[in-house]
Write a new protein. Structure first.
Length: 489
């Protein structure tokens, strides 16, 4: 065994070392599995661990190398997968009782692409049930803890994926983002999280929450790694009808020169920030100005209605998407005296309270007599938001805001649904517009907890988005360190 510190390496470094034969994929995976053994008991980021499979996968990569075969861009790189993506032969639960025991007969396109590039799946990560939530406390199984401060939530709904990267269980992870579920946990755990342009990444094999908003994207500890992963997973897939033809993202060495770039600070996202987050945003603005960017405030007026529109559109789509979980086709079944009672008992016992709330909200918004006033109106607001973003992008190359209004909060801190929903006020508008947006760790706030800055771009603006994020990353004077390594605390 070499004495290299594999768990601190980037995906780019791991893949380069495995390809050149400097070290083996088995060494890399073993080091990450050891880290999981040491700290997963505290963090609880995984619903299902895949240690044995991962070692087999690593051996296969090493054998391919010894046969002189070409290895992919992610050769030997461990990856953690949100447990709402199907993996053939591995239980896939959406952290819901209703899917407990379901073993998919097929694999999500994103996972196939990662594995074809040599990445090694090491586990399925915990989430808020069916990706509904912002803290991972809605998981039907257990809560995940934030590795930076184990008394705090990791954010959600992709909390397990964000935590696994922050905990050095894997250099990269995959999540899904419907209203902020990649960016908000990335911000709270001090890692990079990217929601790509709608349609850029195939959702085949992603268990749908709200199909017009859902998008899969990467977590990483650097902007460069996130860009590489997006390259691997993006591109057309005939098995997802919303996947865009002839569009993919291609990773380049990121030039982070922002001189002359026009950066808008979204006015509507300045309200309600805690003072540490507000300070961090101001520091980010100063840093971009010092690097020669032109930073000005810009209004995206309809963005302030984003949360309201989202909580009609997302539940409406969820109520329809989740109708398939009826105890007949998947997972758990609670037998009743007839078909209707079987449905009622299965769904009554299989879904948790937040999922039931969304199904009821959504069914109501779609019902006769309310459809136009609620769902229809929300769709109009959605169009206004997209138009207001377009106007802003006439004058600005990218927009920025805080990712989350606060740092990671304590468990049980948000007892009413609305205060939890507010966690996503800055992230939701990009989903409604279909635009890319990402969170990059930038500063330490209250208690040294991580604060992320959100960089937003117009559709297919991933290149300029990564450029600005990379400039912020270089200017940041902050690194999120797991609690167990943080001797200064
Ligand atoms: N927190 C938001 C919600 O609960 C967003 C979730 C997501 O992006 N999957 O709906």
């Amino acid at each position: 065994m070499s004495d290299l510190n594999f768990i601190e390496m980037s995906a780019v470094e791991i893949a380069a070392g495995v390809r050149s034969g400097e070290f083996s994929a088995v060494e890399v995976v073993t080091a990450h599995l050891d880290q999981i053994d040491k700290h997963e008991g505290d963090v609880r980021s995984f619903v299902t661990q895949m240690g044995e499979r991962a070692l087999d996968g690593a051996k296969a990569v090493d054998e391919r190398r010894s046969r002189g075969e070409e290895l992919g861009a992610l050769a030997g790189v461990p990856v953690a997968l949100k447990d709402n993506m199907a993996y053939r032969g591995v239980e896939t639960t959406c952290s819901s009782k209703i899917l407990k025991g379901w073993i998919p007969p097929y694999t999500a396109t994103v996972i196939e692409r990662l594995e074809a590039a040599g990445a090694i799946a090491i586990g399925k990560t915990n989430l808020d049930e069916f990706a509904m939530g912002s803290s991972t406390e809605n998981s039907a199984f257990f809560s995940t803890r934030n590795p930076i401060d184990l008394n705090r939530v990791p954010g959600g709904s992709s909390g397990g994926s964000a935590a696994s990267v922050a905990a050095r269980f894997a250099p990269i992870a995959i999540g899904s983002d419907t209203g902020g579920s990649i960016r908000q946990p990335a911000s709270l755990c001090g890692v990079v999280g990217v929601k790509p342009t709608y349609g850029l990444v195939s959702r085949y094999g992603l268990i749908a929450f709200a199909s017009s908003l859902d998008q899969i994207g990467p977590f990483a500890r650097s902007v460069d790694d996130a860009s590489l992963v997006l390259d691997v997973i993006s591109g057309h897939d005939g098995r997802d009808s919303t996947s865009l033809a002839e569009r993919s993202y291609s990773h380049q060495p990121i030039d982070n020169d922002v001189k002359g770039l026009r950066v808008g600070v979204i006015t509507e996202m300045l309200d309600g920030l805690s003072s540490d987050v507000e300070n961090a945003l101001n520091l980010a603005i100063d840093a971009l100005r010092a690097l020669g960017a032109q930073v000005e405030e810009v209004s995206v007026p309809a963005a302030k209605f984003g949360l309201t529109a989202y909580y009609l559109i997302a539940p409406a789509e969820a109520s329809s998407n989740l109708a398939r979980f009826d105890g007949v086709r998947y997972g758990v079944r609670v037998e009743g005296k007839d078909m209707n009672e079987t449905y009622e008992l299965t769904r009554g016992q299989g879904f948790g309270p937040e999922v039931k709330r969304r199904i009821m909200l959504g069914t109501y918004a779609l019902s006769a007599g309310y459809y136009d006033a609620l769902y229809g109106k929300a769709q109009k607001v959605r169009t206004l938001i997209a138009n207001d973003f377009d106007n802003a992008y006439d004058r600005f190359d990218v927009l920025i805001s805080a990712t989350s209004p606060t740092v990671a909060f304590e468990f049980n801190a948000k007892s009413d649904p609305l205060s939890m929903y507010m966690s996503d006020v800055c992230t939701i508008p990009s989903n409604l517009a279909g635009h890319p947006a990402m969170s990059v760790p930038f500063a330490g706030g209250e208690g040294g907890l991580p604060i992320g800055i959100q960089v937003l771009a117009p559709s297919f603006g991933e290149g300029v988005m990564f450029k600005v994020a990379s400039a912020l990353e270089a200017a940041a004077n902050y690194k999120a360190i797991p609690e167990w390594d943080n001797k200064g605390k």
